[in-house]
Ligand binder design. Structure first.
Ligand code: NAD
Length: 314
């Protein structure tokens, strides 16, 4: 049977990759409603979807900041039937807290947190009635672990995690699945937008120590982490497709195994001292040793992937 999948934020990055991946499924298990805020940016998706366009994939307008837009989009789907909702649209925000306006924080939370709420409110009642459905949410490892100069972004992803943990308990009763996907760094426009926004911050009013920590340390550190560890959107899309097609979908899953120890530490030491100290060291021992261990981890990851490819059954 063919499942209707509604995905938000499909003009770029993970959303685009997932829409294409599902629409081109060889078994034709999905009808993808790929949505975006601005239909003017549909060009790349149209090109990449190729012959799937108009068959297993259609493009619709949806702005998660606007309840009316969410409602209109879902109501246009035959029987309003959404079997799988992928809440993917999101924005980032980095920088010293002192420089961020409450208005910017509000916009961030509006999209990342209330956007999810608007979507779920629109599709959950039908899923409950049908006693089936799957809500897949693009969270982040930063929904599990804080990171300096990402205070508000982490707050938004932690909120998403708490929302889903709570909802999952109710959803279970109705046979509805909830799945959080927690990627590490992914090579998308997300990173470029962050640096562009960071470049507009006026650092002159900051105390010199914070300014140095942000400009001299954090920004280069962040670029390096992305350069060394970022997955491709296609990898995250593949992972997400496995979650969607799973017989019993995991409630949470990370796409990058390098980050698993952080989550483990957090649960192992509830005082929070150990995980904080470990993460602090990981970040601030930003020297040759750190770079060497990043390359080693990269190599291990590559070998693991290669081994997995070899063991795959055709
Ligand atoms: P991206 O910037 O390429 O994609 C985000 C998409 O969301 C864009 O197409 C954007 O236009 C859209 N969007 C933003 N506000 C919207 C709104 N109000 N309504 C509809 N669409 C809106 O970046 P991405 O990396 O593909 O991000 C997708 C998701 O993955 C986000 O939720 C992000 O937080 C999460 N994530 C990204 C990374 C990363 O390193 N790139 C890591 C972990 C999690």
């Amino acid at each position: 049977s063919c499942r209707n999948v509604l995905i938000t934020g499909c003009s770029s990055g993970i959303g685009l990759a997932l829409a294409v991946h599902l629409a081109r499924d060889e078994l034709r298990r999905f009808r993808v409603v790929a949505t975006m805020r601005d239909l003017g940016r549909r060009g790349e998706l149209e090109t990449r979807a190729g012959t799937a366009l108009g068959h297993t994939l259609e493009i619709r307008q949806l702005d998660v900041d606007c309840e009316e837009s969410v409602r209109r989009c879902v109501e246009a789907i035959p029987q309003q039937r959404v079997d799988v909702l992928v809440s993917n649209a999101g924005r980032g925000l980095v920088g010293p807290l002192e420089l961020q306006s409450v208005e910017a924080a509000r916009r961030l939370l509006d999209t990342n947190v209330l956007g999810l709420l608007r979507l779920v409110r629109q599709v959950l009642p039908d899923m409950k009635r049908r006693r089936s459905g799957h809500v897949v949410v693009m969270s982040s490892v930063l929904g599990l672990q804080g990171l300096l100069f990402n205070d508000l972004y982490c707050a938004s992803k932690f909120a998403v995690e708490g929302f889903c943990e709570s909802l999952a308990l109710q959803a279970l009763k109705f046979g509805v699945h909830i799945s959080l996907i927690e990627p590490g760094p992914v090579a998308t426009e997300f990173e470029r937008k962050l640096y562009e926004e960071a470049a507009t911050l006026d650092l002159s009013g900051l105390d010199p120590e914070t300014r140095e920590l942000f400009q001299g340390f954090y920004l280069p550190y962040s670029r390096e982490v992305f350069a060394a560890l970022a997955q491709s959107p296609a990898e995250v899309a593949e992972h997400t497709a496995r979650v969607i097609t799973s017989e019993s979908p995991p409630f949470r899953s990370q796409t990058n195994s390098l980050y698993a120890p952080l989550a483990t530490l957090k649960h192992a030491d509830t005082s929070g001292h150990l995980p904080l100290a470990a993460f602090q060291r990981l970040i601030f021992q930003h020297d040759r040793l750190f770079k060497a261990s990043l390359s080693l981890l990269k190599l291990l990851q590559w070998r693991k992937r290669r081994d997995m490819d070899h063991t795959k059954t055709p």
